[in-house]
Design a protein around this ligand. Structure first.
Ligand SMILES: *Cc1c(COP(=O)(O)O)cnc(C)c1O
Length: 369
């Protein structure tokens, strides 16, 4: 059995640290916010290379709060890539803006400046740059375009902890950035958690107030905010995991490099392309084939779990029927039936990756070398 995700195995490998972290928070009853949340925020900001980090309840809230903190004109349009998890676009609508879906690059599956250009209007106020599957967007060209057009950039880094664009870590390359620590993410809590990072002090402060009832002191509320705070147990768990993130990411890259080599040259199978300027965090390793469903079934029969990210492109979801963007002839609208995510993660050995690669090759009738 080759699992897609194995959170229990990860826990076993760092059990003493996790148990100690949880016990410490309980002992100090630092359940919401508090010293553990603050410590994690400082550690994470330093790791990402951002001046500020604000812990919040989850990655979806993080996007919503980030948009709100930017104070964009109400009802303005925000450009979102058509292939992502719904959180990327949901947050746009919920914060009172209009979603405009853009296409993505066919090699690396992320939004490019050209994709954004194709969707610009005089109502466009911002771009959600989703570093999907852990591949960074080309932030240099997005930032140039944003400057030229007066747009804000929100980086959605939910799948891209430690990914780099030309040697710089994602999370401080736009105006504001958001992270998810959902358990299955590359850095995952034991429940919901998220964070906002930015180099802009005023934005960080605004985001912190929004996430904590608009308050400046205990019962002194400057405006109506909401409740979306990082809880202490999650923060302590994240701090305990942080020292391992680099090596877990390196393992993901090794497995991806192995797949890229072992699966090359197969007729009918397209591999993801990592741009030469990118360090990809490989939250997912997504291949493309016309025989997606048959391959998925074949691998399942061999005990190999796979996933689909995402089976229905965002513009085609029932939730977005009202926008009428589902029938546009975009790559995202026609590629969703071809995508298959192979197992990748720190739980996988290179030998297991070999078993996966052999099974894929045998499906396509290519000799196992
Ligand atoms: C997981 C994810 C989110 C949402 O994060 P949650 O913590 O689950 O709310 C947002 N964007 C992307 C691209 C994601 O993968």
């Amino acid at each position: 059995m080759i699992k897609f995700l194995d959170l229990h195995a990860q826990y076993q490998s760092i059990k003493a640290d996790i148990d100690l972290a949880i016990a410490s928070v309980i002992r100090e009853t630092a359940f919401v916010g508090g010293s553990y949340a603050q410590t994690f925020e400082n550690q994470f900001a330093a790791l990402i290379g951002a001046n500020h980090c604000v812990g919040v309840g989850n990655g979806t809230d993080a996007i919503e709060i980030a948009i709100e903190a930017l104070g964009l004109p109400r009802g303005s349009e925000i450009i979102v890539p058509g292939n992502s998890f719904i959180a990327s676009s949901e947050a746009v609508t919920r914060s009172g803006h209009k979603v405009v879906f853009a296409d993505v690059d066919e090699d690396s599956y992320v939004l490019t400046a050209d994709d954004v250009r194709a969707k610009l209007s005089d109502k466009t106020s911002a771009i959600i740059a989703v570093h999907l599957y852990g591949h960074p967007c080309d932030m240099d060209s997005l930032v140039d375009l944003a400057k030229e057009k007066g747009l804000k950039i929100i980086e959605d880094c939910a799948q891209a902890h430690l990914a780099e664009c030309r040697g710089r870590r994602v999370g401080s390359l736009g105006d504001i950035a958001t992270f998810s620590f959902y358990p299955g993410k590359n850095l995952g809590a034991y429940g919901d958690a998220g964070a906002i990072t930015t180099n802009n002090e005023a934005l960080a402060l605004k985001a912190r107030k929004i996430a904590n009832h608009g308050r400046v002191a205990k019962y002194d509320h400057e405006f109506e905010g909401r409740n979306s705070r990082l809880d202490g147990i999650q923060a302590a768990i994240l701090s305990a995991k942080l020292p391992h993130l680099d090596s877990w990411t390196e393992t993901r890259i090794q497995i991806a490099d192995y797949y890229l080599d072992a699966l090359k040259g197969i007729q009918g199978l397209l591999l993801p392309v990592r741009q030469p300027w990118a360090k990809q965090a490989y939250h997912l390793f997504v291949v493309r084939t016309e025989q997606r469903n048959a391959l998925k079934e074949y691998l399942a029969q061999k005990g190999i779990e796979t996933g689909i990210h995402y089976p229905i492109a965002l513009p085609k979801l029932a939730a977005y029927e009202y926008l009428g963007q589902g029938c546009e002839s975009l790559f995202v609208n026609r590629s969703d039936s071809l995508l298959l995510s192979l197992p990748i993660g720190e739980h996988l050995s290179l030998q297991e990756a070999g078993v996966v690669a052999d099974a894929v090759r045998s499906f396509f009738g290519t000799c196992v070398s």
